[in-house]
Write a protein that binds this ligand. Structure first.
Ligand SMILES: Nc1ncnc2c1ncn2[C@@H]1O[C@H](COP(=O)(O)OP(=O)(O)O)[C@@H](O)[C@H]1O
Ligand SMILES: [Mg+2]
Length: 247
């Protein structure tokens, strides 16, 4: 039987083989859905650090395939694929795996190009994404929930996060799993990660609720700095502007 580690090795070896990375330095974190590795980029691209997010093989993880995230996602799929997905066949599961990784790659690429504070993505394979790394050779950037930022900076960071949420919504996207666990803090700035479940605000009926929850998680974190912000009021105003085409 192949272990999860062997599968990761195979995927990482392929990136070394095609010259995308030179070396794997350390494991950053092995989460419920993916393992992230710190890698040295290939000499051709300057040799800087690169993050490899390797998704868990399908049968070892539970995709967040709740209807709330998937609504609208399969609109463009062929009916054969849609049937396979509905029936949870092997083909359907493969499609779902690919769709999930592709969704994260495309979302991050689009948002980075739009100027959002998200890692730049470089490439993807069937099972992994290579992206800009935040951290150094010793350690990765900490998640926001692990740090206490200087009080005088906190307000500005919250503003910046809300500006990001606004920019995402301008691009019809709601993160859907935003929290201090998916915000990295590096060199005084924040970086948002973990986008596979992002939803399309134009078609997903849960988008408004997810926007509220995302903002609740963020504002809740900043309340420890005695910054009072009303997540629901912000969500309501943002949504109203969005729906009116005024964002
Ligand atoms: N580009 C990156 N640079 C540095 N660390 C990262 C990067 N992307 C992810 N990480 C680290 O890996 C962890 C898991 O990544 P994430 O995308 O949140 O996947 P999941 O939470 O689904 O396992 C993050 O909490 C963060 O600590
Ligand atoms: Mg995460």
């Amino acid at each position: 039987m192949t272990t999860a580690l062997e599968i990761d090795e195979e995927l990482l070896d392929a990136f070394i083989g095609d010259g995308s990375i030179a070396d794997v330095l350390y494991v950053v974190r092995s989460g419920k859905e993916a393992t992230v590795y710190c890698c040295r980029g290939a000499a051709a691209s300057g040799g800087g650090l690169v993050a490899a997010k390797v998704y868990r093989p399908l049968d070892r993880r539970n995709f967040r395939n709740d209807a709330i995230y998937q609504t609208g996602r399969d609109a463009a799929m062929e009916s054969r694929t849609r049937r396979a997905l509905a029936n949870k066949t092997r083909h359907g599961r493969d499609v779902q795996y690919g769709a999930w990784i592709n969704a994260e790659f495309q979302t991050m690429r689009m948002l980075h190009a739009a100027g959002a504070d998200v890692p730049e993505v470089f490439s993807r394979s069937n099972g992994a994404i290579l992206m800009e790394y935040f951290g150094d050779e010793e350690a990765a950037a900490p998640m926001l929930n692990r740090v206490t930022v200087p009080r005088e900076q906190a307000e500005q960071l919250l503003r910046r996060i809300i500006d990001n949420v606004t920019l995402w919504l301008t691009n019809h996207l709601v993160h859907g799993d935003l929290s201090p666990y998916n915000l990295l803090y590096w060199e005084g700035r924040i970086v948002a990660i973990d986008f596979p479940q992002a939803v399309d605000a134009r078609i997903n009926p849960s988008a408004r609720a997810l926007l509220g929850r995302d903002l609740e998680n963020v504002c809740g974190y900043f309340s420890k700095y005695r910054i009072r912000s009303d997540a629901e009021r912000i969500a309501k105003a943002l949504w109203a502007h969005y729906r009116a085409g005024r964002l």
